[in-house]
Design a protein around this ligand. Structure first.
Ligand SMILES: NC(=O)c1ccc[n+]([C@@H]2O[C@H](COP(=O)([O-])OP(=O)(O)OC[C@H]3O[C@@H](n4cnc5c(N)ncnc54)[C@H](O)[C@@H]3O)[C@@H](O)[C@H]2O)c1
Length: 356
């Protein structure tokens, strides 16, 4: 009974639009959906502003069901109505917290969201719309109020349950998102609000997910984006690294989730789309998949057999936070328990892809 229901709801998804479709998340999801029999056409839009996104173009162009169009989503969408999309994944954004061009970032991130929603709301049959939001929507000052003790390799949280939204599993959706959160975080938080307005007014089924660090093969990593991938790549290439902030010891803690798991969890949500309305979901590696930079260094040493020079910068950047781990309890309550790839498997997979 349940299985039939499952099949039916996914079977309705034939045509998919992905903004930022040549980026790390967008192109990986395109490749995963492409394998599904029920999918007929995937249209990826990208303006290739991200260094490295052109490399993914070659991979996408090999797939018959995928059409890649060079397009800047901050402009009004055109010539797309003929596809009658059932699902739209909004992955286009400038995801850098330390951008040096705030105006351009806001224009790109916010206008892309508005144009996509205008397009979706004009469709006769309303598509499901998915926003790839971020843990960066949570207020930096509140994250900095988390008390911790430092041990050799990482921070240990002391005041669980003393701050709203900080639980023994990490940060849940009740954590404050009302104060300063970085320009990038604001662009994502505003996008969430705008998504909700359009969804309500035009009855658009929607999914809003706040992801922690997503990682996996072919990430377009830099020191400020895709740190997990960047750290391993730097070890392989023998590039020097730096522990920045929080005493310069590399003890800040994050979680990581693999892109294949992101896809699997999205499928769970698409199967129960009614459970996604009027809610946001934290999605990430959770407590089982956490690492500090120091621990990541040890894992990289082990897997590559290489050691690189690591500098220390004591000063903490105003946008940096000591701890972020996703409490995915709300997701699990709505869609069932989740079993994710472990940190060591993720690292091995990235290592193999970088070596090949
Ligand atoms: N990777 C992560 O760890 C992570 C974590 C949380 C949330 N997210 C969100 O997931 C989404 C995808 O992230 P990603 O890691 O793939 O980033 P990415 O930079 O690899 O991909 C984004 C893509 O969007 C394109 N793009 C940007 N502005 C555009 C525009 N105006 N028009 C058309 N294309 C445009 C870029 O060229 C790039 O190919 C983003 O919205 C990001 O905020 C990512």
């Amino acid at each position: 009974m349940n299985l039939t229901k499952k099949k039916n709801s996914l079977n309705k998804i034939k045509n998919i639009l992905i903004t930022g479709g040549a980026g790390f998340v967008g192109h990986n999801l395109a490749l995963q959906f492409e394998k599904k029999k029920f999918v007929k056409k995937i249209v990826c839009l990208d303006n290739f502003q991200r260094n490295g996104s052109l490399n993914n173009k070659k991979i996408l162009l090999k797939k018959k069901k995928i059409k890649l169009i060079k397009f800047d989503c901050s402009k009004k969408f055109k010539n797309l109505s003929k596809y009658k999309f059932d699902l739209i994944l909004h992955c286009a954004s400038d995801p850098s917290v330390n951008t040096d061009n705030n105006y351009k970032m806001f224009q790109s991130n916010l206008m892309s969201t508005i144009n996509l929603l205008e397009f979706a709301s004009e469709q006769k049959k309303k598509p499901i719309i998915v926003l790839f939001s971020s843990s960066r929507v949570y207020s930096i000052n509140n994250l900095k109020k988390i008390k911790y003790k430092k041990n050799k390799s990482r921070l240990k949280i002391l005041n669980y349950n003393k701050i709203d939204g900080l639980t023994k599993f990490g940060i849940n959706e009740k954590f404050s998102a009302t104060q300063i959160k970085s320009f990038y975080g604001s662009s994502k938080f505003s996008s969430e609000q705008i998504f909700c307005e359009y969804s309500k007014k035009f009855s658009l089924p929607h999914i809003i997910n706040r992801y922690g660090i997503i990682t996996g093969p072919r990430q377009l990593s830099t020191p400020s984006q895709g740190i997990f991938h960047f750290w391993l790549r730097s070890h392989i290439e023998g590039n020097n690294l730096c522990y920045t902030g929080f005493g310069g010891r590399g003890i800040q803690v994050r979680d990581a989730i693999d892109i294949e798991d992101v896809f699997k969890l999205l499928i769970k949500q698409l199967n129960k789309i009614n459970n996604c309305q009027n809610k946001v979901f934290n999605i990430g590696g959770g407590l089982k998949n956490t690492f500090s930079l120091r621990e990541l260094t040890s894992m990289c040493n082990k897997i590559t057999g290489k050691h690189v020079k690591i500098k220390s910068v004591l000063k903490t950047h105003s946008f940096d936070v000591p701890f972020y781990v996703s409490d995915c309890t709300r997701f699990e309550k709505n869609f069932g328990k989740i079993k994710l790839k472990s940190i060591s498997t993720m690292l091995k997979d990235i290592y193999l892809s970088l070596k090949s």
